[in-house]
Design a protein around this ligand. Structure first.
Ligand SMILES: [Zn+2]
Length: 284
């Protein structure tokens, strides 16, 4: 297997293949063991995710010179089972993110989710060692590089907004997505939204965020991401997360006896060393 610089979220075929085969594993070749052996960038010094320690974050007044702002269209087009997670496609024209730690304008490419086999694990970032049940990533690329794939080559190429999902009351907006997961049960299945889902309603409108320099959390783990992780989680119900866990990592008819092993569970990478990095705190 030769890993190339690309974007698993945009479906680098070989990345998706290995990930979907290994998604359930906590050891072996799953997300918990991405190393230099497999991936060019995995042994670097700014890998993600990390364990965020709130008592060590630095308040950075520069983040407030121009407030972090996004202008995302109020709709999502379609939902895809990548074999590793669900991924939502959006109208990208005019879908901008700027301000806060960002020196340029970024454009939203897609959003997707990581989750666990139960409500207590699933997020990629953890706070004081504590996981949330899931984490949604809104992936944006720096428009100064002209294309998503070109942006992957630079340290400020991507800006990813991370939103923690905490189990509590049902989230009505997310229901518009959960009602579709049964239609994309198998890898590569894709379906349009029946009810308009506004991605803005999955993002906090106020509060604080952590920001630091990191990487893609999936192969080839390029160190090209400015991470922006919101402090406040959004609430979702146990049943909503369960609907994610019914998705399968194989194609339709790919196995005569589908079992638990074929379900998409634990598609998160564990925290990596913070090393010399500083995590800053900004406000919306
Ligand atoms: Zn992600």
């Amino acid at each position: 297997m030769v890993w190339t610089v690309g974007d698993w979220c945009i479906c680098v075929p070989e990345s998706i293949e290995l990930l979907s085969q290994s998604v359930q594993k906590f050891c072996g070749c799953g997300p918990h063991s991405y190393t230099a052996k497999h991936f060019l960038h995995a042994p670097g010094h700014r890998q993600s995710p990390i364990n965020i320690r709130p008592d060590e974050v630095k308040l950075d007044p520069r983040l407030n010179i121009k407030r972090l702002t996004w202008k995302y269209p109020k709709e999502t087009i379609e939902l895809l089972n990548t074999g590793y997670c669900w991924k939502a496609h959006v109208p990208t024209e005019g879908a901008t993110l700027s301000g806060g730690p960002l020196s340029h304008d970024y454009r939203l490419a897609q959003y997707h989710c990581h989750w666990g086999e139960n409500d207590h694990i699933g997020s990629e970032h953890v706070v004081n060692g504590q996981s949330y049940g899931a984490e949604i990533h809104f992936v944006n690329w720096n428009t100064k590089y002209g294309s998503f794939n070109e942006a992957l080559k630079y340290g400020d190429g991507l800006a990813v907004l991370g939103v923690f999902l905490k189990v509590g009351k049902e989230n009505p907006e997310l229901n518009k997505l959960c009602e579709l997961t049964n239609d994309i049960k198998h890898k590569d299945e894709c379906t349009p939204f029946r009810h308009t889902l506004d991605p803005n309603k999955l993002l906090p409108q106020k509060g604080a965020y952590y920001t630091y320099l990191g990487s893609l959390t999936t192969p080839p783990c390029n160190e090209c991401v400015i991470w922006i992780v919101f402090v406040e989680p959004i609430e979702v119900s146990h049943e909503q997360l369960e609907s994610f866990r019914e998705m399968m990592s194989m194609k339709k008819g790919g196995c005569s006896q589908p079992s638990r092993e074929h379900k998409i569970l634990n598609n998160f990478r564990p925290p990596l060393s913070v090393e010399e990095r500083v995590v800053s705190l900004g406000y919306l």
